[in-house]
Design a protein around this ligand. Structure first.
Ligand SMILES: NC(=O)c1ccc[n+]([C@@H]2O[C@H](COP(=O)([O-])OP(=O)(O)OC[C@H]3O[C@@H](n4cnc5c(N)ncnc54)[C@H](OP(=O)(O)O)[C@@H]3O)[C@@H](O)[C@H]2O)c1
Length: 251
């Protein structure tokens, strides 16, 4: 059975990935998040192919072990693994809650690492791993220091994985959007008025990001960044000194 796994499918970009992936040559979509009711609502209203709802906290040992057990039992052919679940915490690190910072690392970095490692034995030639990264991966963002560090990890992880998996023809793409109007902003404490710099940034459209991100992955791209503004920022982040880009990227 050919499947797609999408984490963080209960809202925002994950829902758009779910809508878009159903047009691909797969038999079933596995959608993962903590809120089971939301996943069921999304399945009921949007499914056009068979869909398995997997309510799970991917930061917990039980969650990861349950996913491993499911994969071992079903032995699916994973054609798309979309590691999309993620969260941010806005604010100066010296005032931050240490547990929230640690949880963010577990969700954005550790869970992606573990789920990818678990999925690889079930991935065949010409399959795709899509990791939702961020423009925050291009340079450290003050006041989003831990978040941007986790996304830098994912960008580096994606590139290394891509190189390691080239002989299996498994393509790995990091999707690096700028701000999107999703639940992410409220969860991170980045509602309008919290950061003038962040409020001024152009918004990315989640639906276009998902559709174009999948297209970029199928074309074999390593990184996909929506919007010219952020493509330019990505290029500048490679050539400007880090001491300067940090000042420009402060939120
Ligand atoms: N929105 C932006 O401005 C922006 C910009 C660049 C990159 N991104 C990245 O885009 C990705 C998607 O974010 P979004 O904007 O769509 O935000 P969102 O609407 O808040 O979606 C986050 C998703 O992650 C799931 N999730 C959170 N914690 C989880 C956990 N412990 N276990 C399982 N699932 C969990 C949430 O579901 P439950 O709450 O039901 O678990 C939700 O489905 C993230 O990786 C984010 O870092 C967002």
């Amino acid at each position: 059975m050919k499947i797609a796994i999408i984490t963080g499918a209960s809202s925002g970009l994950g829902v758009e990935f779910y809508k878009a992936i159903q047009k691909e040559a797969i038999d079933e979509a596995w959608i993962i998040a903590r809120r089971e009711d939301r996943l069921n609502e999304i399945k009921d209203s949007l499914s056009i192919i068979s869909t398995r709802v997997i309510p799970m906290d991917i930061t917990t040992r039980e969650g990861i072990e349950a996913l491993k057990a499911l994969l071992d039992a079903e032995k699916p052919d994973i054609r798309f693994l979309i590691n999309n679940a993620g969260a941010g915490v806005y604010g100066a690190i010296e005032n931050a809650d240490y547990k929230a910072q640690g949880s963010m690392v577990e969700l954005n970095a550790r869970a992606v690492t573990e789920i990818t490692t678990l999925a690889l034995p079930y991935m065949s030639h010409h399959s795709y791993i899509i990791n939702t990264c961020s423009i925050a991966s291009f340079a450290p963002n003050a006041n989003l220091t831990v978040y941007s560090s986790t996304k830098a990890y994912i960008l580096s992880f994606s590139r290394g994985l891509r190189y390691e998996l080239r002989h299996r023809k498994i393509n790995v793409t990091a999707i690096c959007p700028g701000p999107m109007e999703t639940e992410f902003l409220a969860v991170a404490g980045l509602d309008e008025g919290q950061s003038r710099a962040f409020d001024r940034l152009p918004r990315c459209n989640p639906q276009k990001t998902a559709v174009k991100g999948i297209r970029a992955s199928k074309k074999g791209k390593a990184v996909y960044t929506p919007r010219f503004f952020y493509k330019l920022y990505r290029a500048l982040s490679k050539i400007l000194p880090t001491s300067l880009i940090i000042k420009l990227a402060k939120t």
